[in-house]
Write a protein that binds this ligand. Structure first.
Ligand code: UDP
Length: 404
């Protein structure tokens, strides 16, 4: 069902809603378009599906387009994604050509005459070369940019320098080597979406039953695309340590994004690694994209884990905190923006398997502590990471760019 800003008033209060109406007044009728490369799977699609309708509700004319690409194109852009997060890449002429080609093709059938263009992540970055630039262009990069591969970064600069503003998720991702204005906007979740809305115990039980997830033992879960950076492999090792002390079940829920060709391969690897435990249903792997399942799974979990090696922000952490769940996560990327160790969850070095196991056991043994951390987590999200705050940040930026 279509949501309006008014629907959020009960959660965030009158002042927040008034401020948004006030900010949007001068922007009424201004048009903008978001361009990214997938409708589902991953944080960008999650944010856009909540943000774009709300932008329209407050009077902007906001669109959302998807860059089409061949499997080759997505293979290359996934390598770019990895290299921007610190991997090395062999940047060949053919890679550059295929990268440019998908962007040029898009420009031949997709007209843009909006007042502002917002490009998400590296896939549609070269579009700026194929249009006559008549308006501000924003590059919204969602990943950890603190250690990009130098050659790739230097190549991408030929597009980046043409942008008016870059939006990053974290102060630490600022690039001192580019003169383009850089602003920090933290991602956010939609508390009313199917994934995050309140649901009854009955619905939770029914949903888990439908997906064949038994609830006779405590559940530990991680919701993440199957991806080496999400390190489901490491989490399985940790699960082995935990199971020596307490019997519990590990559920790994990860859909495959259309712009991520590596996910199937990684999924197969995890399946092989957990083979026997999958047979005994101690480890459950789920690959369906289903919002109510994510909601039910996070709510029924005793502990939620985010054992990532890189993470631009980690909306999955926000989603679990909103559900008052204790989260144990790697102390990397955007996660410490959301979790203060010992206050609303636990933070650990991603290599500290014993530490992860210890915190999981502590929470499984002490539901009072789990509830206390969980409650604190929900308050953090309410203050800082709801979609209304994200909308406010965008409106402030658009005011600066579009109202002379
Ligand atoms: N997600 C989902 N189903 C899955 C795996 C992930 O709906 O099986 C969603 C998850 O709930 C979150 C987003 O995808 O909303 C992941 O965003 P995050 O910032 O955590 O990571 P990204 O995938 O963007 O690296």
């Amino acid at each position: 069902m279509r949501r309006t800003l008014e629907d959020y008033r009960n959660i965030v209060g009158d002042d927040v809603i008034y401020k948004i109406y006030h900010l949007s007044r001068g922007l009424c009728g201004k048009s903008l378009v978001h361009i990214n490369s997938t409708y589902y799977g991953g944080g960008v699609a999650e944010i856009l599906s909540a943000l774009v309708p709300l932008m329209n509700d407050v009077g902007l004319s906001a669109g959302w387009r998807i860059l089409r690409g061949t499997p080759d194109f997505f293979n290359i852009t996934k390598k770019f994604h990895n290299a921007l997060q610190g991997d090395t890449i062999h940047l060949t002429k053919i890679k550059k050509q295929l990268y440019m080609q998908a962007n040029e093709d898009f420009s031949t059938y997709s007209h843009i005459d909006h007042d502002c263009i917002i490009i998400h992540d590296p896939q549609p970055l070269p579009l700026i070369n194929f249009y006559k630039k008549r308006q501000p262009w924003i590059w919204r990069i969602h990943i950890d940019l603190s250690h990009p591969d130098t050659k790739l970064w230097n190549y991408l600069k030929k597009f980046i320098l043409k942008f008016d503003v870059i939006i990053l998720s974290h102060e630490d991702y600022r690039r001192p080597d580019i003169p383009v204005e850089q602003v920090i906007i933290h991602p956010a979740i939609d508390p009313l979406s199917t994934k995050n809305m309140d649901v009854s115990d009955k619905t939770i039980s029914k949903t888990l039953k439908k997906f064949d997830i038994p609830t006779d033992k405590p559940i530990i879960s991680q919701v993440s695309r199957f991806d080496k950076w999400k390190d489901q492999e490491g989490l399985i090792e940790i699960y082995h340590l935990v199971r020596k002390k307490i019997d519990c079940r590990l559920v790994l829920c990860g859909s495959m994004a259309t712009d991520d060709p590596e996910s199937q391969q990684y999924y197969e690897r995890i399946k092989r690694k957990a083979n026997n435990l999958i047979k005994s249903k101690d480890i459950i792997l789920i690959t369906s994209e289903n919002n109510i399942l994510v909601n039910a799974l996070q709510r029924r979990s005793s502990v939620v884990i985010q054992k990532s090696l890189r993470e631009g922000f980690a909306l999955t952490v926000t989603e679990a905190l909103w559900k008052s769940k204790p989260v144990i996560a790697s102390d990397i990327g955007g996660i410490p923006l959301q979790i203060k160790d010992g206050e609303n969850g636990f933070l650990l070095d991603p290599e500290d398997y014993e530490g992860f196991a210890d915190r999981i056991l502590r929470l499984l043994k002490n539901p009072k502590l789990a509830a206390k951390l969980g409650e604190a987590g929900r308050e953090v999200v309410k203050k800082k990471f709801l979609i209304t705050r994200l909308l406010t940040d965008y409106l402030n930026l658009l005011q600066k760019l579009l109202i002379k």
